[in-house]
Design a protein around this ligand. Structure first.
Ligand SMILES: Cc1cc2nc3c(=O)[nH]c(=O)nc-3n(C[C@H](O)[C@H](O)[C@H](O)COP(=O)(O)OP(=O)(O)OC[C@H]3O[C@@H](n4cnc5c(N)ncnc54)[C@H](O)[C@@H]3O)c2cc1C
Length: 257
């Protein structure tokens, strides 16, 4: 893993939002770039198993780029900055808690106020300005969908589709009045086998006007689901984005990205 920048952040609060979603509020300096809606995500650096204490010491003393020893003790996962207040010096990340846990979800579950982690510079693409939107994804995409929806002007039109494991996992968020939100539930079905998002997105696209700059389509979620959605969007380029956020498969041997 090559790393130019690690911005240390301190856990200040941990809030269980649903049975499988946990929010960490992380405090630090220099958060203004993370308020830019064009780049919604970060690489979150968390300690590898067994390296918690050494990483805490190294991050406390970190000035400038991390050295190779610190980088080797950490692993990275992509997360969305759900909310940020640079002036107040904090940002929120919402973590899906899944089984088997990986380093990202395990860090979230075990994090206590005072613990340190680190983030990269902001990365990834947000929604582009449009008059009509189609936003869809699963719980891993819910933080990004909610952040995008909350940032849109009140006159924005469109549809939002979010698939979660069950009704307990719904987390409501503000959105323009002209953007109804459709919740879908897997109710025990594996995420990779779900065809509900695809069916709803297909129906929405059939209703929408032909691709034009007034429309933006944003889709993210499980790898197989994203792969099934991508062909539907071929006609909507460049006014669309479809990204795999995770893959429903056994953990990798090398648990690093
Ligand atoms: C741009 C981007 C933004 C993202 N934003 C968020 C975000 O805001 N919140 C968030 O929770 N995730 C987000 N994700 C997804 C997150 O990076 C992955 O879920 C990641 O695999 C979690 O790392 P981990 O260490 O917990 O699990 P890993 O070590 O990567 O995986 C361990 C096991 O858990 C399974 N797994 C991983 N993720 C999930 C899941 N969501 N549900 C069920 N099983 C899973 C894997 O298949 C594997 O078997 C984002 C991904 C991208 C690319």
């Amino acid at each position: 893993m090559s790393v130019d920048k690690m911005l240390p952040l301190r856990v200040v609060a941990s809030t269980r939002l649903t049975p499988h979603m946990l929010r960490l509020r992380l405090a630090g300096h220099g958060l203004a770039p993370y308020e830019d809606m064009r780049e919604l995500h970060v690489r979150l650096y968390v300690p590898r198993l067994g390296h918690h204490a050494a990483v805490q010491r190294a991050l406390r003393e970190l000035e400038g780029p991390p050295d190779a020893a610190l980088v080797a003790r950490m692993t990275a996962r992509y997360y969305t900055v759900r909310r940020v207040d640079a002036r107040a010096g904090w940002l929120d990340i919402d973590f899906v808690l899944h089984e088997p846990a990986g380093p990202g979800s395990a860090f979230a579950l075990q994090a206590r106020p005072g613990d340190l982690c680190a983030i990269s510079a902001p990365c990834g693409r947000g929604a582009r300005a449009a008059q009509r939107y189609l936003l869809a994804g699963d719980e891993s995409a819910l933080p990004a969908i909610a952040r995008i929806a909350e940032s849109l002007p009140a006159r924005a039109l469109g549809t939002i589709v979010v698939e979660v494991a069950s009704a307990d996992e719904r987390i409501d968020f503000e959105r323009p009045a002209g953007m109804p939100l459709h919740w879908l539930h897997r109710d025990g079905e594996p995420a990779c086998a779900s065809t509900r998002i695809e069916a709803l997105v297909r129906a929405e696209l059939a209703r929408l006007p032909p691709p034009d700059p007034a429309l933006f389509v944003w889709l993210a979620g499980e790898w197989t689901v994203a792969a099934s959605l991508r062909p539907l969007l071929a006609a909507y380029k460049p006014h669309s984005l479809c990204v795999a956020y995770w893959r429903d498969e056994p953990p990798r041997e090398d648990n690093d990205t």
